[in-house]
Design a protein around this ligand. Structure first.
Ligand SMILES: C[C@@](CO)(OP(=O)(O)O)[C@H](O)COP(=O)(O)OP(=O)(O)OC[C@H]1O[C@@H](n2ccc(N)nc2=O)[C@H](O)[C@@H]1O
Ligand SMILES: Nc1ncnc2c1ncn2[C@@H]1O[C@H](COP(=O)(O)OP(=O)(O)O)[C@@H](O)[C@H]1O
Length: 287
């Protein structure tokens, strides 16, 4: 039985640039993967059923993005076989690290192979977008500059730096953050060059989250003693770039309970890239 990784992502910066007619906000962000991941295993069955091998704490069956991704692919491709999905959950839920989206993307990639569904990478990404704005970047598998609501992707190659990620004991409601009246909604657009030259490295969602979730504010203040922390996505996880893994662990030892955390390296390629028959990271899967 093969284990399929579903890595975390960081938003290295995030600007809100506008609002669409449907109420969704347009963003500019850079998604970079981390070598810290959930692990999924899939047992294909002949009975056509899609099920979980075990409950996942905090995620009901109806909401579980692995099951929803499997149903979506099954319907789209008329698959008759089923699957039992086992998720070893390591990533914090609702922390801005994209764990649910990554689980969904890995499920689409894995079942596309295991069920022989033969969808291309762009087709899988389009299917994934129905589940969440962050799913396409995980399907494409390359660290990316993202626009739109996060689905218009351009591959970029930032340094694969080490990060200390601190997890406050909260689950932030993304909907509440985007609905906040005080949110900065019209940041002037940046260019990819601005990003590479270190301009605009802030998260527009951060002030809203810090004012509503004191634990996130405290995590930012704790890390500010060691550098310039940022928040990922809609939070509440915050991260600090560190020189190496040892330095990250040293700082983590000084972060008090109830905060937890981990040290991980940025990755510009998804760990499944190259293991799924597509030599070109941005191209259509070769069959
Ligand atoms: C903010 C980001 C950045 O990576 O990540 P996370 O913190 O979730 O990882 C994402 O864009 C999160 O996208 P997605 O995962 O689709 O958001 P959801 O939780 O489904 O969004 C909940 C609600 O927030 C609002 N929303 C969300 C995304 C967006 N670009 N504009 C919005 O206005 C919408 O009202 C939506 O119904
Ligand atoms: N497999 C899953 N793992 C994590 N969260 C999931 C999963 N399936 C559904 N969800 C739901 O998705 C929401 C967001 O989860 P997650 O992706 O962990 O955080 P974020 O979007 O903040 O990065 C949570 O409310 C959770 O209930």
């Amino acid at each position: 039985m093969t284990t399929w990784p579903a890595p975390a992502k960081l938003n290295l910066f995030l600007h809100v640039t506008g609002r669409r007619a449907d109420g969704y906000h347009t963003l500019q962000t850079v998604f970079q993967f981390l070598d810290y991941a959930d692990e999924l295993t899939f047992v294909v069955t002949d009975d056509g059923r899609i099920s979980r091998a075990a409950p996942v704490a905090g995620v009901s069956e109806e909401r579980d993005l692995t099951l929803r991704a499997a149903h979506l692919l099954k319907e789209r491709c008329g698959v008759t076989r089923g699957v039992q999905i086992h998720l070893a959950k390591h990533l914090p839920i609702g922390g801005g690290l994209g764990g649910g989206s990554s689980d969904a993307a890995t499920t689409l990639l894995a079942l596309n192979e295991l069920w022989g569904a033969h969808l291309s990478i762009p087709e899988l990404a389009a299917l994934g977008l129905k589940l969440g704005a962050d799913v396409p970047v995980f399907v494409h598998g390359h660290t990316a500059w993202a626009e739109g609501i996060g689905e218009v992707l351009t591959p970029v190659e930032p340094e694969e730096a080490w990060y200390l990620v601190v997890v406050p004991p909260v689950q932030v409601s993304t909907a509440q953050v985007f609905a906040a009246p005080e949110l900065t909604r019209y940041s002037p657009p940046l260019t990819i060059r601005d990003f590479h030259e270190g301009r605009g490295l802030r998260n527009d969602l951060e002030p809203v989250v810090r004012s509503r979730y004191p634990e996130v504010d405290r995590a930012m203040r704790l890390l500010a003693e060691f550098g310039a922390p940022r928040m990922s996505g809609s939070g509440g996880c915050v991260f600090l770039r560190v020189t190496d893994a040892d330095r990250g662990r040293q700082i983590l030892e000084r972060i008090p309970k109830p905060f937890t955390g981990f040290v991980a390296q940025g990755l510009n390629r998804h760990p499944l890239l190259g293991k799924r028959g597509d030599s070109s990271p941005w191209g259509v899967a070769k069959r």
